[in-house]
Design a protein around this ligand. Structure first.
Ligand code: ACK
Length: 312
């Protein structure tokens, strides 16, 4: 009996049909501009088997876009296709790529980006109360966030990044502005416009010019343009600093070149007023000059769990 050999290897994971019919996408309101694209709020009818019209976020190119910007959006889509659903990562729901304008459709996070959410809390917060977790004073000022909520944000991002790192991906632009917050105050890592695939590559060397997020960058990225999972961990340390300072801009009062000098000399941001020693120790470990000495995202996730209910 002859055995017929199939030329194609069996497909265990059926290709998800990402393409979504444009006529079932109802774009409503522009909610903001990203590095190279615009983000719109929209409704999608029956996307990924979900019943009815669901709220989605749609990323498109600006009217006058450069070929590089188009390439970035395509790259972002390709990266998002590699990610399985994870509670702390913005999920791709579909795309429209067969005609213009190209659209990347993703889950909608109703509370917007983490940096602005933190800044919105400032007016309500008496910053001196941050270390006290006082429900009474919070009620008076209609405050929603407690110190523990801030630590929980850090935990969510560590979990999302642990997953991204496990997929052998680099985010390269991890910052509070690129984390989104859903209706349950769960943080989700988003904006994969700078992300890269590092399969079979230990480190990624950037060859293209792009606007650099200097204040979030590791020294080896600033000086040698070298990116690795350890440089994402450096950025995570800066993100923790942003969270505990309710969305302050890192290295306050310093210009970009000063920041680079400061880091190169081995100096680091000091402990913010309302930051516990344990949380500051985590940040400092992320900012180790020597990349292999920085903790992994798995370790960071465990350390964030450990400090969750600690006072301060
Ligand atoms: O605070 P925001 O409304 O949250 O302003 C920024 C803007 O687009 C530019 O990035 C918003 N945004 C981006 N992706 C999403 C998303 N998936 N869900 C909700 N808002 C989003 C972001």
């Amino acid at each position: 009996k002859q055995v017929r050999l199939s030329l194609r290897p069996p497909s265990f994971e059926p290709e998800v049909p990402w393409e979504f019919p444009r006529e079932r996408l109802f774009v409503r309101l522009k909610i903001g501009e990203g590095t190279f694209g615009e983000v719109w709020r929209a409704k999608a009818d029956g996307i990924l088997g979900r019943p009815g019209r669901v709220a989605v976020a749609v990323k498109m190119l600006k009217v006058h876009y450069t070929p590089e910007e188009r390439q970035s959006l395509i790259k972002e889509l390709e990266i998002m296709k590699l990610l399985q659903p994870h509670p702390n990562v913005i999920q791709l729901l579909g795309c429209c790529t067969q005609s213009e304008p190209m659209c990347v459709i993703m889950e909608y996070a109703v509370n917007g980006n983490l940096q602005e959410l933190l800044r919105r809390q400032r007016s309500a917060y008496n910053i001196n109360d941050l270390s006290q977790d006082s429900p009474e004073s919070n009620k008076q000022r209609n405050i929603n966030l407690q110190l523990n909520d801030l630590k929980r944000f850090g935990l969510h991002v560590a979990s999302g990044m642990e997953y991204i790192a496990s997929r052998e991906l680099l985010h390269r632009d991890l910052a509070a502005r690129n984390v989104l917050v859903d209706e349950n105050m769960v943080c989700k890592v988003g904006d994969f416009g700078s992300a890269r695939d590092v399969i079979q590559m230990r480190q990624y060397e950037s060859k293209t010019q792009r606007r650099l997020p200097i204040r979030w960058m590791a020294p080896e990225s600033l000086v040698q343009c070298v990116y690795s999972q350890q440089s994402d961990i450096w950025s995570y340390g800066v993100l923790l600093w942003e969270v505990i300072t309710l969305g302050s801009s890192p290295y306050p009062g310093m210009g970009g070149p000063d920041v680079i000098n400061f880091i190169q000399k081995g100096c680091r941001m000091s402990k913010p007023t309302h930051c516990s020693d344990a949380l500051y120790a985590i940040m400092k470990d992320c900012w180790n000059q020597f990349p292999p000495k920085r903790p992994s995202f798995s370790i960071l996730r465990h350390r964030m769990i450990a400090i969750l209910d600690e006072p301060g």
